[in-house]
Ligand binder design. Structure first.
Ligand code: PMV
Length: 352
């Protein structure tokens, strides 16, 4: 615990929010503006049920936020590492600037994504933080505004504001006002599942931001990757409208392989896969022939996520769990967008 926030006297606003993580079917890989965290191209994802972040933000009276009154950031009850705490504080600075406040905050986040599950908690984390922090600061943002704000924390977080199948638009406005997400299909409209095969407990070797930057700066395939995304998005939208799993699965796999091919061609090459990742790709292709329609995707790590119909999730899970080297499996369905759990902002105390 840091001294500043815990020593501050009173609570001047508090809110708690919950968000599910999401897995991209059409990948986001590369930024067109690092400061505003603007994506080079659009992306499309499925927000998951039951795997996400529950975040409470409390703004405290006392000295202005800064070195003498730092924000206190707890992740699953433990103080966050310095890099994460600084990233959260920079995000809170955006909320403070908007609210005209300098109050330090206490942030408590619990992730329902199992530890070292290899599922991005930044997507659900910054989506929940965006809603909790703005409500604690007595700001009432629309979902679109929340998506724009969450994007500043993590590109994929912009998508977790919405439930179900969600598209994040690349946008073209220099201020990023149109680089926001939009729901394509609500969570109850298509009974999909993602089966996650965990292949390692090691921490991510290279952050997605660093890897994206290296790819954009040095991969000769980066322009071709960016050019291909619009076509993949159009195909994914059409497949979703028709509830056509085979077509959505085909786009999902090619977007994943193109993203990784582009990153592999960076200098030095970015390789997130391990031998079990490759074995799982083969296993998914084989089970697609023999068992049920199922399609893989892989993010900035060695785990494999497999899209299938709810009716086939158990069979797919059994096959993946039997691949040598798979440590654990998880199954998740479509989940809702970010939700406010509670808000309590005493009206008598000035926020600033
Ligand atoms: O949101 P970030 O900056 O952690 O990047 C996400 C990158 C991928 O997970 C690999 C792809 C995606 O669209 O989520």
């Amino acid at each position: 615990m840091t001294a500043g926030a815990s020593a501050a006297s009173g609570v001047i606003g508090r809110a708690r929010a919950r968000a599910g993580t999401n897995i991209a079917l059409v990948k986001y890989w590369g930024k067109r503006d690092r400061a505003l965290n603007l994506p080079a191209a659009g992306s499309l994802s499925l927000t998951l049920d039951g795997l996400g972040s529950d975040t409470e933000v409390t703004f405290l009276a006392g000295r202005p936020a800064g070195p003498n009154a730092p924000d206190e950031v707890l992740l699953d009850g433990q103080p966050a590492d310095a890099t994460t705490a600084a990233r959260v504080s920079r995000f809170l600075d955006l909320v403070r600037a908007r609210a005209g406040s300098r109050a330090p905050a206490r942030v408590r986040t619990h992730n329902s994504v199992p530890t070292a599950a290899g599922l991005a908690s930044s997507a659900s984390g910054f989506a929940a933080l965006a809603l909790a922090a703005t409500r604690a600061a007595r700001l009432d943002l629309s979902p679109r505004e929340l998506s724009e704000l969450a994007r500043r924390g993590s590109g994929s977080a912009a998508r977790s504001i919405f439930g179900g199948l969600v598209e994040l638009h690349a946008g073209s406005a220099p201020d990023g006002g149109d680089a926001v997400a939009e729901q394509i299909l609500p969570p109850g409209a298509w009974d999909l599942r993602l089966v996650v095969a965990i292949t390692s407990d090691a921490r991510k070797a290279l952050s997605s931001t660093a890897a994206m930057e290296r790819t954009a700066n040095s991969s000769p395939y980066f322009p071709a990757w960016v050019d291909a995304v619009a076509g993949d998005l159009a195909a994914a939208r059409a497949a979703i409208a028709a509830r056509d799993l085979d077509s959505l699965g085909a786009v999902t796999e090619r977007s994943c392989l193109r993203m990784h091919a582009c990153a592999l061609a960076a200098d030095p090459g970015v390789l997130y896969w391990n031998p079990v990742t490759v074995a799982l790709i083969h296993a998914v292709r084989a089970l697609r022939e023999a068992v049920a329609p199922a399609y893989f995707t892989i993010d900035a790590g060695p785990h494999v996520k497999v899209l299938c119909a709810a009716a086939h999730a158990d069979a797919v899970r059994d096959r993946l769990a039997a691949v040598p080297g798979v440590l654990r499996t998880l199954v998740a369905g479509p989940g809702p967008g970010v939700q406010l759990v509670s808000a309590d902002a005493p009206s008598s105390s000035p926020l600033a």
